[in-house]
Design a binder for this molecule. Structure first.
Ligand code: AMP
Length: 227
């Protein structure tokens, strides 16, 4: 089943975790723009040099740069069987560019999964979040601890705190989210693609709802293809 979805929601709400689970379940790439940018910063590439400061300060990278990046990524063969977008789009201009791009590629978006949780909860999660620098699995000492403290369950790497998870940039990212990204909820609601999911619960419980929403969105497409 080809699955083409976008994950929406505030920083820290669990997009990365749900994206990883979807990617594993359906065997499709998780396209996480923050991850792609962090790799670029690490490698010191021209893109990395361009975006480093904005990222560290919790500011958005300009639309033009992001749209070029996503055009390049979604032009590759591995997304023909589907994809899960995590962290893109983040502005109205990005959402419109994505719709045009997917139209052109003949693979329209099926659903935008809006993960919702009270803001105090996401701030708390971000402030204590730990990440594996190798496989990018995230943990939280209280709500989602690793089996061995400080060590990734999957590959045994020592966990780290993300450079932009300090309190000042967490606060900035939340502000930017409300100023720029929250409007996408209306955007996808109008095109009848929005599925709202309560993300306050444990990741595996949230994933049950995510799967149900993805299947609901993909089935009409299959029916159309079969008719
Ligand atoms: P994330 O890992 O999704 O929280 O993204 C980390 C940082 O990367 C953000 O705070 C932005 O600086 C940048 N970034 C990631 N995706 C985008 C995007 N779609 N538009 C603009 N900036 C982005």
């Amino acid at each position: 089943m080809a699955v083409r979805v976008v994950l929406l929601g505030a920083p820290g709400v669990g997009k990365g975790t749900q994206g990883r689970l979807l990617s594993e379940r359906f065997g499709i790439p998780q396209v996480a723009t923050g991850e792609i940018l962090r790799e670029a910063v690490k490698s010191g590439s021209p893109l990395g040099l361009e975006v480093k400061e904005r990222m560290e300060n919790g500011l958005l990278v300009p639309d033009e740069t992001m749209i070029d990046l996503i055009e390049d990524r979604l032009g590759r063969d591995d997304v023909r069987r589907g994809f899960v977008l995590d962290g893109f789009p983040r502005t109205l201009a990005q959402a419109q560019a994505l719709d045009r791009l997917l139209d052109r590629l003949g693979m329209p978006l099926q659903t935008a999964l809006y993960l919702s949780a009270p803001i105090e909860l996401v701030v708390g999660r971000l402030a204590s979040r730990l990440e594996c620098p190798v496989c990018h699995t995230t943990y939280n000492p209280s709500s989602a601890p690793p089996k061995v403290p400080g060590v990734c369950d999957r590959d045994g790497t020592a966990l780290v705190t993300r450079a932009d998870d300090d309190i000042a940039s967490v606060r900035r990212r939340i502000e930017v989210y409300f100023a720029e990204t929250e409007v996408l909820r209306d955007y996808y609601e109008k095109s009848e693609k929005l599925a709202k999911i309560d993300a306050t619960r444990a990741p595996e419980v949230v994933f049950g709802d995510v799967i149900a929403a993805v299947e609901r969105a993909a089935v009409p497409e299959r029916e159309r293809a079969g008719s």
